[in-house]
Design a binder for this molecule. Structure first.
Ligand code: NDP
Length: 449
């Protein structure tokens, strides 16, 4: 891969490649940040002297363990799980757990690395970490999910804690899984330590608006972006990939703001509904019935399902990738540009490939990276930790207001930082530099540890 790095940063990147062979997603996430840090290294030479960037690229701790469990027929399965505690300069490690067959160390490290900067942008006292397992929850019974979660926590519990490392959900991990994980933690430790996990159910320590937070936050961020151009979401046509947690609530808030989402997807195919996605039906199919998105056309004859369809070929004003990493490539970016799309706002983590980002930026589309636009989820997890610490429970409206304030602040910080470094409207540069500076300042203050 050709890079846009100066000599000093290129040396650091080459070292990352050498020390982490085969972890391509991690390499990609590191390169994406290093490519924007040139101006910072020039302005603050002390960070180079203290090897801050090299230290940020090396996780503080990486835990890999076996998760044996029995299925409903008594057969034994062995999965592998990970927790990468990346950086705790700003607070306890914080970041979700992902259950998906594609999970390996390189994915967890890319997500953990991104999380450092994202968490810094929220302004809250949380460090960066991430975890997951190559367990595939699809088609598994409730009991199997429970046994897997219990086995995983039987090892994980010794590494986490409300002041140490606070996991949450991600792909394949929602409130059901957090419930089983929390139950086993409580049982082993004999402690009702609510702050050890976030994304909990409302009846047992969860925060109102946490379920909705990531998707809502993406839309709040989009509104702020559009305001800088004297524009709004009202009347805009959106395409949102995925139909999980982030996608669902991005669609909900976008509709509230007067936009129309005309397509969404799952890993099997896409639904196109020109009248606008019927969100209540989507929730029923995906959340209650846990079925595939293809079932949507059973209820709406004017909607179309395209198996393995290409969601980015559907003309729209704004594209919101909310499914998974590298789901929007160079070809997709070209199509979006040709179709007159004005913005790509990322709900997922690293959904756009480097080639796609370059093309979008060259064509002057608005490009907002996930580490800024989707930070509302972890920010509201931070609010959940605050409520747990003071044994309080805030109203939905109050929590949503706090979320919106945080998203407005993140946007302002990214926007102003980009302008300060002479790259107005470059949200990627603004997010990376603003996040980096907060972490780098704290690491400097804490000494060489
Ligand atoms: P969910 O598991 O709730 O939903 C994921 C959605 O993406 C599903 O529709 C899934 O389809 C689809 N998907 C997953 N993998 C693939 C794939 N390889 N190809 C095509 N589609 C795929 O996860 P979330 O909504 O929580 O997470 C989505 C993204 O947002 C991830 O990148 C995650 O890291 C990021 N994120 C999530 C946050 C949160 O609070 N949940 C916070 C910040 C970021 P199917 O059901 O068919 O697998």
């Amino acid at each position: 891969m050709t890079t846009r790095l100066d000599d000093k940063l290129n040396l650091i990147y080459q070292d990352v490649l050498h020390r982490n062979p085969g972890e391509t997603e991690f390499h990609q996430a590191v390169l994406e940040v290093l490519e924007t840090l040139g101006p910072v290294v020039g302005k603050y030479p002390e960070f180079a002297d203290k090897k801050i960037i090299q230290r940020i690229c090396e996780p503080e701790r990486q835990i890999i363990f076996r998760v044996p469990w029995q299925d409903d027929n008594g057969e034994i399965h062995i999965n592998r799980a990970f927790r990468v505690e990346f950086n705790s300069a700003l607070g306890p490690y914080k970041g979700g757990m992902r259950f998906h067959p594609s999970v390996y160390l390189g994915i967890v490290k890319f997500l953990g690395f991104e999380q450092i900067f994202k968490n810094a942008l929220t302004g809250l006292p949380i460090g960066g970490g991430k975890g997951g397992s190559d367990f595939n929850p699809k088609g598994r019974s409730d009991d199997e999910i429970m046994r897997f979660c219990q086995s995983l926590m039987t090892e994980l519990y010794r590494h986490i804690g409300e002041n140490t490392d606070v996991p949450a959900g991600d792909i394949g991990v929602g409130s059901r899984e957090i419930g089983y994980l929390f139950g086993q933690y409580k049982r082993i430790t004999n402690r009702y330590e609510s702050g050890v996990l976030t994304g909990k159910g409302l009846g047992w320590g969860g925060s109102r608006a946490r379920t909705e937070a990531t998707g809502y936050g993406v839309v709040f961020f989009t509104e702020e972006v559009l305001k800088t151009r004297n524009d709004s979401l009202d009347g805009k046509t959106l395409v949102v990939s995925g139909s999980g947690n982030v996608a669902t609530y991005a669609i909900e808030k976008a509709h509230e703001k007067g936009a129309k989402v005309i397509a969404c997807s799952d890993s099997g195919g896409i639904i196109i509904h020109e009248r606008g996605i019927d969100l209540e039906l989507l929730k029923q199919i995906k959340q209650k019935e846990r079925r595939r998105i293809s079932a949507y056309t059973e209820y709406h004859k004017d909607a179309r399902y395209v198996e393995n369809g290409d969601i980015w070929s559907i003309p729209c004003d704004i594209a919101m990738p909310c499914a998974t990493q590298n789901e929007l490539n160079g070809k997709d970016a070209k199509t979006l540009i040709e179709n007159g799309c004005i913005a790509v706002i990322e709900g997922a983590n690293m959904p756009s490939t480097p080639e796609a980002i370059q093309l979008l930026q060259e064509a002057n589309l608005i490009y907002a990276p996930g580490k800024a636009a989707n930070a509302g989820g972890v920010a509201t997890s931070g609010l959940e930790m605050q409520q747990n610490a003071i044994r309080d429970s805030w109203s939905f409206d109050y929590t949503e207001r706090r979320l919106e304030e945080i998203m407005v602040d993140i946007h302002r910080n990214c926007y102003e930082t980009a302008a300060e470094f002479g790259c107005e409207h470059n949200y990627m540069l603004g997010a990376n530099i603003a996040g980096f500076l907060r972490v780098a300042d704290a690491m400097t203050a804490l000494g060489v540890i």
